[in-house]
Write a protein that binds this ligand. Sequence first.
Ligand code: NAI
Length: 298
Amino acid sequence: MSELRFDGRVAIVTGAGHGLGRSHALALAERGAKVVVNDLGGALDGSGASTGPAAEVVALITGNGGEAVASTDDVATPEGAKAIVRTAVDTFGRVDIVVNNAGILRDKSFGKMSVEEFDRVIAVHVRGSFLVSREAFPYLKEQGYGRIVNTSSPAGLFGNFGQANYSTAKMGLVGLTKTLGIEGARAGIKANAIAPVAWTRMTESLLPAEFEVKFTSERVSALVAFLSHETCETSGEVFSVGGGRIARVFVAEGPGWKKDDHTVEDIRDNWEAVMAEQPYLTPTTLGLQASASMKAML
Ligand code: NAI
């Protein structure tokens, strides 16, 4: 089988100075993509800034014979997002792939979480992914081709103690991905999301020590590269990925229970049927979900 290459393609990877983003940037560059290595260079909670991490990754890529340019712009501001996409277009003449990976943590139990802790996490993950994709979108649309990979998390898909801000952001990215998949379809733009597990500075104090060897960032980057490739026709999907395992995560709706004019007591008495999972539906648009539930009501 032929190798999947990205020659002639230009990729933006946000938050590429450390961890997963760094690994995604290296993987895409190794296969021929020209890469905008974006990273604000701050701490895990998003405080501070440094030009070092992005510059180091660019040096690694160019040292290996690849092409890359650094960007230290903040994904969470409209000006920052504009500058990131401008860097791609000014330096390499185009943009084909956007990997929205930049992220921060501000964990706190729900009762103690401040508005600022909530807002900043939403801003980097959700607003940042929206803004960078939005700046790139006209270019992708114009050329009739593009790939967007967003970074969700099992914490968002399934919930996690102390991460109300982060979980909200990461599930928000699922909605963004699904709608981008729908809106990009006619222009050949595919959008997908990953929910990774990898040993990085974000997780090293949380994961068991044995994860360091098995849950490498490289094992996540292979999926990011596949989802970024022109041969990948999948769109609007979410994938759990880590340690060598990849699984589709889907939003499903159970068969449901119905009774016209039901009372509160009817609902109590039929709760088991409301909660039933099988047989489930996996509609890929609101329209499909609506028509499936209309059909079930007839
Ligand atoms: P990391 O902390 O090593 O990398 C995140 C990078 O984003 C950092 O280099 C940071 O400087 C950069 N960044 C933060 N705010 C930024 C901003 N406003 N603009 C530009 N860059 C910014 O963490 P890791 O683990 O590599 O995380 C990457 C992504 O994967 C994040 O979105 C994270 O939430 C997600 N994720 C990671 C998991 C894991 O197991 N490591 C699990 C689930 C999700």
